[in-house]
Design a protein around this ligand. Structure first.
Ligand code: ADP
Ligand code: MG
Length: 732
């Protein structure tokens, strides 16, 4: 029995939106009125805090001075009034446990006292520290379950904000989450530590070159481009695989996917752009500086990107972007899907991670400037990244590994799992000159003549773009493109910061030694050239400007000895290596035990995800697909009998029945096999179990899907119980 209701409902919703006229839209507030309205940021602080308190607070934010509890009390009191004025009734310490999402537990700020009074309650200590029960968050063995104590600690460098709904408002305070012993149980703590590490090392380099006035610290900046899918919510709920796994486990490829390349940058559908405007409004209120929106390559796929910010704030804002996308979509009858590969056969989603380094005075240290060959300081930072990415390609690769990202990397739509750097013509030329000795020129892009008199001459960049590189220099920043769309970006950025800090440390030490030693002292310029030359020689193998999707590159990368970790199970092992442990320990980002706990959690999450998927697959096959197939088979059989009964040659129909029932039998056997396989426990060690799932269960899942998708195209449309790819991707 095929009920058309989800499809009909979706079609009606889409038609309704298409019919909407501009004057049906409600008037919106201007961006000036709403931007940052729900953020207790520096502006609100400056306006509301007593001068002395504000100054003391800024010393904490800018110079990492410990926060005085008296100051905290004043901040808390002002923050509470601000939040209550805006309709907030509760506050929460908002943190990022190792689950990959955010966590919150709300407490009232307006408390009934029992004798008929209401008092407000939110003190400095409520602001600074919280104590959620930590036992239900993953700790990866850092604590036993009975040791439940965990603390949240206010991160004053990321502003508090109000999350609101139609009848509630909650003051959210960004916090770090640590155990009773002080070990990091979250993603923010190591990120902040890694920012300290890179600051210390980058400042050593700047000191050598003579820092500019007012330069007190170096911070990393981050701009993330989030890709996502939107589908009609009626169809979403009719797909148990999307509801439980955020991706389709079955679904035959539609005749039209992305072949015509007509979706990318196309006109944004009415309902979708209305949704986007609402998302942007909510994010503006939260102070997230959204800038870009467009259609992506696959049908039903879109992108949202902010202006870059300091990494810590950008990471918090990225979590908010994902939450707001999910929260707003249902208002438009849509579901936002952040999974890396919700639909087979068309592009998956990534999250480009634009990373750079800047001084507190706003100077971008990765800006090559005009005469780049004279800019030694830039070359030092460039070579530090080069060295870091080559030396620690394995950790970088592992930082973006997940069961869901495995579907995307190397699938000819996303960069391969081999880490390489795209530098473009100008920087590649510069690096080659460095290797030979003294750089003498900077390649220029020149101007582009468009051949029509009415069109302006436009300047051309000195290098083209390369979409196939996992890690590309794009003008004044590096773009790490292998990050998955559902990932919390704090972890890859922690890794990025740490590996670059290590390289800056090594370079700074050599330069400091060479320019200060008693005998055969070198000038800074001579020392730089010598040190950078050696780095280029040793690490240039990681530079690759060609087509990262090609077979030839896989062979070439192997010849160069670059690691190629094809799946997460292989990649996660990196976090157990002595080299990785030493790296994170040396820069005080993660202790060996903390790193081990992450490895454990990554494996655990992987195994749980695959197990949920395979169990869901068996269920859908048995409850939806096989029953529909049996009905089809019965209809075919009845047709054969009826045809024969009418004394007409039924051999063709009989042949079709024969072929179809064989296919269905194969599917049934495969489903039974998968069911048996996923019941086997691959071992107590999650790494062992993950290996088992990768080698045995995933291939069985792939076979199962292949057979079911073949069944789908032979079943009458009115018998097929699941919304099809065409319906999900094209009803908008
Ligand atoms: P693309 O061509 O990759 O779409 P865009 O120019 O749209 O590139 O920028 C992509 C992202 O890079 C944006 O989020 C932008 O804010 C970010 N970005 C730009 N400059 C920097 C920087 N210095 N540090 C970090 N991110 C940056
Ligand atoms: Mg980009």
């Amino acid at each position: 029995m095929r009920t058309d209701s989800p499809v009909t409902a979706a079609t009606n919703a889409a038609t309704e939106w298409l019919a909407a006229r501009p004057d049906d839209f409600r008037q919106r507030l201007s961006i000036e009125e709403i931007y940052g309205a729900d953020v207790f940021g520096l502006r609100a602080m400056r306006e509301r805090l007593p001068k002395q308190t504000y100054k003391a607070f800024m010393r904490t934010v800018e110079e990492a001075e410990p926060l005085d509890l008296v100051v905290a009390d004043v901040v808390a009191s002002v923050m509470k009034d601000w939040a209550i004025e805006r309709g907030a009734t509760h506050y929460t310490h908002w943190f990022q446990p190792l689950t990959g999402s955010t966590a919150e537990k709300h407490d009232g700020m307006l408390i009934p006292t029992g004798d008929g009074e209401i008092v407000t309650q939110f003190s400095g200590s409520d602001l600074v520290q919280g104590e959620p029960d930590a036992s239900s968050f993953p700790s990866g063995g850092l604590r036993a379950t009975f040791e439940a104590r965990g603390y949240t600690a206010w991160d004053p460098t990321s502003p508090a904000f109000i999350v609101r709904g139609p009848n509630h408002g909650t003051l959210c305070i960004p916090t770090a989450f640590v155990s009773w012993t002080g070990e990091a149980l979250d993603k923010k703590t190591p990120l902040l530590r890694s920012m300290d590490a890179i600051n210390t090392q980058a400042m050593r380099i700047l000191k050598l070159f003579g820092t500019d006035e007012g330069v007190r610290c170096v911070r990393t900046s981050l701009g993330t481009e989030q890709e996502y899918f939107l589908i009609d919510r009626n169809l979403y709920f009719a797909r148990p695989d999307l509801v439980t796994c955020d991706r389709t486990l079955f679904g035959a490829k539609p005749p039209k996917g992305q072949e015509l390349e007509d979706h990318y940058f196309g006109a944004i559908p009415q309902r979708v752009i209305a949704f986007m405007a609402d998302v942007e409004e909510e994010l503006y209120r939260l102070g997230v500086p959204i800038k870009t929106r467009h259609n992506e390559v696959a049908p039903g796929q879109y992108e949202i990107a902010p202006i870059y910010e300091e990494t810590n704030v950008a990471c918090d804002h990225q979590m908010l972007v994902m939450e707001v996308l999910k929260r707003v979509a249902p208002r438009y009858g849509l579901q936002a899907i952040l999974h890396e590969k919700p639909f087979a056969g068309i592009n998956g989603s990534g999250k480009h991670n634009n990373w750079s380094l800047a001084t507190n005075t706003g100077v971008n240290l990765l800006d090559p400037q005009d005469e780049t060959h004279t800019n030694l300081q830039f070359m030092v930072f460039l070579c530090a990244v080069l060295r870091a990415v080559d030396l620690h390609a394995d950790v970088l690769r592992a930082s973006i590994a997940s069961a869901s990202n495995d579907h995307r990397l190397g699938a000819n739509e996303a960069p391969p799992a081999i880490i390489s750097i795209y530098l473009g013509d100008m920087l590649t030329d510069l690096v080659e000159q460095l290797e030979k000795g003294t750089p003498k020129r900077t390649l220029k892009g020149g101007a582009l003549d468009l051949g029509a008199r009415t069109l302006p001459q436009i300047p051309r960049h000195s290098g083209d773009r390369n979409r196939t590189s996992p890690f590309a220099f794009t003008g004044n920043k590096f773009e790490f493109r292998a990050v998955g769309s559902s990932a919390a970006v704090s972890w890859p950025n922690t890794v990025m910061n740490t590996i670059v800090a290590a390289s800056l440390d090594s370079i700074a030490s050599e330069l400091e030694e060479a320019t200060t030693r008693k005998q055969r002292k070198e000038t800074l310029e001579a020392a730089c050239k010598r040190v950078l030359k050696a780095i280029v020689k040793e690490h240039k193998r990681v530079i690759f400007n060609g087509d990262g999707y090609s077979e030839a590159w896989h062979a070439e990368a192997a010849r160069r000895g670059l690691p190629n970790m094809r799946d997460s199970v292989t990649a996660f092992q990196v976090f157990g290596s002595r080299k990785a442990k030493a790296l994170f320990k040396q820069y005080k980002v993660l202790s060996p035990a903390e790193l081990d706990s992450r490895k454990h959690i990554f494996f655990e999450k992987y195994t749980k995800q695959i197990q949920i998927e395979s169990e869901q697959m068996v269920l859908i096959a048995r409850q939806h697909i096989l029953p529909a197939a049996m009905r089809q088979q019965t209809e075919l059989a009845e047709a054969v009998m009826a045809t024969e009964g009418a004394d007409v040659d039924a051999s063709a129909a009989r042949g079709a029945l024969q072929a179809f029932s064989e296919l269905v039998d194969q599917l049934r056997d495969k489903v039974d096999e998968l069911d048996r396989l996923d019941d086997v426990h691959g071992g107590d060690d999650p790494a062992q179990h993950a290996k088992y799932l990768r080698d045995k269960v995933i291939p069985a899942m792939e076979d199962c899907r292949e057979l079911a998708d073949r069944v789908e195209v032979h079943v009458s449309a009115d018998l097929w119980p699941l919304p099809s790819y065409r319906e999900m991707l094209f009803i908008r």
